[in-house]
Design a protein around this ligand. Structure first.
Ligand code: MG
Length: 493
């Protein structure tokens, strides 16, 4: 993989950094799963200290990296290695420690206030923290530097090279075409506004057996992967040989737990299938959040919500959840694919989910661009919700206060959820040329799909930027047409 002696030297010096990241991931996993509730203070201290150590260590590589950047004749792995390190160095050198500290402090305090504000549906409580955070994030964008819109600097942290021009180009047809699909689906009146299955309680142990059967179907490795429980499901990798997901058990509506499990497994498959030779290097990570999310969405929606997958999991549902017996396979397929305009992003269906993201993208762009005041945002939220999804929140808890992202300072993150859907659509289109996906799922041969994804994408880790990677795999980048085509075919025929 690496042949150039200077690159190999830097790679050797990078290994302790890899270990710090691996340790941080384990600390985070523990915090979200098994850490005693009262231990957050020392854990916060430890995590911050590890991050400081990391920053110090990365900055020590500055001269070596700058010299290596003048080398010629590097292979793709070596160029990718320098590209990833340059992004890390840029962040640490351009954003002053004082600003980073302010952001972390505002996030810590703001998140506590946000939780309370959401409970009381009281935006005024949270407003000063959001104002402070928007101001800090605008400063961060200035420090990082950008071309065009300041928001580009923030999105680039999560999705390298993406700009507002790109996202506008992607979202514009997506919005109008999906609006058309939604209007037709709703006027056909196929999906009820409530469903009895949402309200029937399940036993956690029984639901766990269904999820374990889903993991078997997905052929998740037993020795290098595990599943635990947390309030907000997530995936984390300590190494290519140690990837963990969590799922949630809310006690009712089996589909929330089942599809969380499949979604996170999609993230995990990406991390597990990176080439083992990338281990201990900064290339052993995803190249962007959009690419990462494309994998979770691909498994959750394109595979998990297909007729064939529902057919494979149906026997387990029936065996473990007695109430499912009243419904046949076709009923369950329709149930897990219900389309219903709703106010809450995390409960949204495959079509309307994208509108929830577009709304947040438009607001963030305006807030960071200084085109909108925080005070105007709650009403702007309601107006856009009505325009895009067709429903209007009656309060801020089900409007602007619903997501944790802004209190934590994650501006520039939201678009990657829909970019993930768009990229998943591209994989869905492209994979059909090489294998019959429906038959593979129906026969339980999901390993064939995993192998295909590994070759096209997973094995490279962060070697290529998200745009380069898409060009290699598809010959085009972020083309929304394939997602549109998939949703039209699924819901209109
Ligand atoms: Mg995800």
């Amino acid at each position: 993989m690496f042949h150039n002696p200077s690159i190999m030297d830097i790679a050797e010096k990078y290994k302790p950094l890899w270990a710090l990241d691996s340790a941080s991931a384990l600390l985070e996993w523990d915090m979200e799963t098994y850490m005693p509730l009262g231990s957050s203070k020392p854990r916060g201290f430890t995590t911050a200290q590890v991050q400081l150590l990391r920053q110090e260590r990365v900055l020590k590589l500055t001269d070596l990296v700058s010299r290596a950047e003048k080398l010629t004749g590097l292979n793709d792995y070596e160029s990718g290695f320098l590209r990833v390190l340059r992004r890390e160095l840029d962040f640490y050198t351009k954003v002053p420690p004082k600003l980073l500290e302010d952001i972390i402090r505002t996030a810590t305090e703001g998140t506590v206030v946000w939780r309370e504000a959401r409970k009381k549906s009281d935006f005024a409580m949270f407003k000063p923290y959001l104002e402070k955070m928007v101001d800090l994030k605008r400063q961060e964008a200035e420090k990082l530097g950008y071309q065009g819109h300041p928001y580009n600097a923030l999105m680039d942290r999560y999705e390298e090279g993406i700009t507002t021009n790109d996202v506008d180009r992607i979202f514009s047809p997506l919005r109008s075409e999906l609006k058309g699909v939604l209007t037709k689906v709703l006027s056909a009146g196929e999906f009820p506004t409530t469903h009895p299955l949402e309200e029937i309680d399940y036993e956690e142990a029984a639901m766990k057996r269904v999820n374990e059967d889903a993991l078997k179907l997905l052929q998740m490795p037993e020795k290098t992967f595990r599943m635990d429980i947390s309030t907000h499901p997530f995936t984390t990798g300590m190494s290519i040989d140690d990837v963990r997901i969590t799922t949630r058990y809310e006690g009712k509506d089996f589909k929330a737990s089942l599809y969380s499990t499949v979604h996170e497994s999609g993230h995990a498959i990406y991390e597990l299938q990176m080439d083992p030779s990338l281990e201990y290097t900064p290339l052993a990570r995803s190249t962007s959040l959009g690419i990462h999310e494309s994998q979770s969405r691909f498994w959750e929606n394109f595979i998990g919500r297909s007729r064939e997958f529902v057919g494979r999991i149906y026997p387990s549902l029936k065996a473990n959840l007695p109430f499912v017996a009243q419904y046949n396979e076709a009923d369950i397929y329709r149930y897990v694919n219900s389309v219903r305009p709703s106010l809450i992003r995390v409960e949204a269906d495959e079509i309307t989910y994208n509108f929830h993201i577009m709304l947040r993208y438009e607001l963030e762009k305006k807030l960071i661009g200084g085109e909108m005041e925080v005070a105007e945002a709650p009403t702007a939220w309601k107006d856009l919700m009505e325009k895009f999804v067709g429903v209007r929140p009656s309060n801020d808890a089900e409007g602007i206060l619903q997501d944790v992202h802004w209190s934590e300072g994650m501006f520039g993150y939201f678009a990657t959820y829909s970019l993930g859907n768009v990229i998943a659509g591209m994989f869905y289109n492209r994979i059909q040329k090489d294998l019959d996906m429906k038959t593979a799922i129906a026969n339980g041969e999901l390993g064939r799909i995993k192998d295909w994804l590994k070759e096209k994408l997973h094995k490279y880790g962060a070697t290529y930027s998200p745009k380069e990677l898409q060009k290699r795999a598809f010959g085009e980048t972020y083309n929304p047409q394939w997602l549109i085509k998939y949703l039209q075919e699924k819901y209109l025929t």
